[in-house]
Design a protein around this ligand. Structure first.
Ligand SMILES: Nc1ncnc2c1ncn2[C@@H]1O[C@H](COP(=O)(O)OP(=O)(O)OP(=O)(O)O)[C@@H](O)[C@H]1O
Ligand SMILES: O=P(O)(O)OC[C@H]1O[C@H](OP(=O)(O)OP(=O)(O)O)[C@H](O)[C@@H]1O
Ligand SMILES: [Mg+2]
Length: 288
């Protein structure tokens, strides 16, 4: 049976269960359940702390897991697990911050103390940046208070809306350290490998299908044959658009998948290139 780790609480938990449900897997109803067996799909789900997911997968105890890119990097599991794909939710940026006006670049942090819950990730980054004598102070949360309370000179934390920093009178500075989102990781290599490779491949395909359905729409329109080349350049589709003939042989119908975010911009462009009867429908499910 395929073994899959899912965050049991925190920022990624609900959305992780939602994407798995959308992909046709059974998920727990009760937040206290630690394991759930989906007999029909041959998958055993383990609800674990998001930070621990990389450790279980890296040791080959679990085949696939959902975690944050920042958490994966922080766990420093350099062998035994790898990122398979971004899952498009739980987006946040891991950044440096300090009281307004105090620092302007990461280079200002030589010899300073930086508080964070992600000390593995941060220490690795400072080493890469060759900024000397930085002391990384590990805290378990509420790091925004660390500077005011005198335990650090600056902090590094995940920023989503920026509201928490603003409320604490702080601002980000320096280059962003990591763009994070929820990711699917897989066991790899000698020490660990996926037990049920077919089941894993199927789950990856299903999740890719959910992402396509979420991020693409189906666009259909009619266009004169003579304008076909121009409009096809605007909606090339994932592989190639479908062209069907119409009763009027000077016209054709085109069907193509396009990024949902670009819907209106593309409709404007197509209209200006002569396309008419432009229709957009959402995709409920897909296997690409
Ligand atoms: N607003 C947010 N706050 C915290 N983490 C976020 C946020 N948005 C996205 N994330 C991502 O969620 C993951 C952190 O989840 P985790 O469950 O450890 O944090 P949490 O929701 O703050 O829970 P906890 O209360 O245990 O700190 C990281 O990958 C992080 O990038
Ligand atoms: O940019 P924002 O949208 O404000 O979100 C980011 C904040 O949310 C998280 O804290 P959380 O509420 O999880 O508390 P914690 O520090 O105890 O983890 C994170 O650690 C930041 O503090
Ligand atoms: Mg938190």
């Amino acid at each position: 049976m395929l073994r899959v780790a899912v965050p049991n609480k925190g920022a990624l938990s609900e959305a992780a269960m939602e994407i798995l449900r959308e992909a046709g897997y059974l998920q727990r109803r009760d937040r206290k359940e630690l394991v759930l067996v989906d007999e029909e799909n041959g998958v055993e789900f383990f609800y674990l702390r998001p930070k621990d997911v990389a450790i279980y997968v890296g040791q080959g105890i679990i085949d696939l897991g959902i975690t944050g890119r920042d958490l994966f990097s922080d766990a420093q599991v350099t062998t035994g697990a790898e990122e398979v794909m971004g899952l498009g939710f739980g987006r946040a940026t891991f950044r440096l911050a300090a009281p307004k006006g105090r620092f302007s670049s990461e280079q200002d942090l030589a010899g300073k103390r930086i508080a964070t819950t992600y000390d593995g990730l941060l220490a690795g980054w400072f080493a890469d940046q060759q900024i000397p004598d930085v002391e990384v102070v590990h805290l378990d949360g509420a790091v925004e208070s660390a500077v005011r309370l005198g335990v650090a000179d600056a902090i590094a934390d995940v920023v989503e809306t920026g509201n928490t920093l603003k409320a604490a009178g702080m601002e980000t500075f320096g280059r962003p350290i990591l763009e994070s989102e929820a990711i699917l990781i897989s066991a790899t290599g000698e020490r660990s490998s996926v037990g049920d490779q077919n089941g894993a491949d199927r789950m990856i395909r299903r999740l890719q299908g959910v992402l396509t359905a979420r991020h693409y729409v189906m666009m259909e329109y009619d266009v004169r044959r003579s304008d076909l080349e121009a409009v096809m350049a605007v909606t090339p589709g994932l592989e190639s658009p479908t062209i069907s003939s119409l009763a009027d042989e000077n016209w054709v119908a085109v069907r193509s998948m396009v990024p949902a975010k670009k819907t209106n911009q593309l409709m404007d462009e197509l209209y200006e290139l002569g396309a008419r009867a432009i229709l957009v429908t959402s995709i409920k499910a897909s296997r690409v």
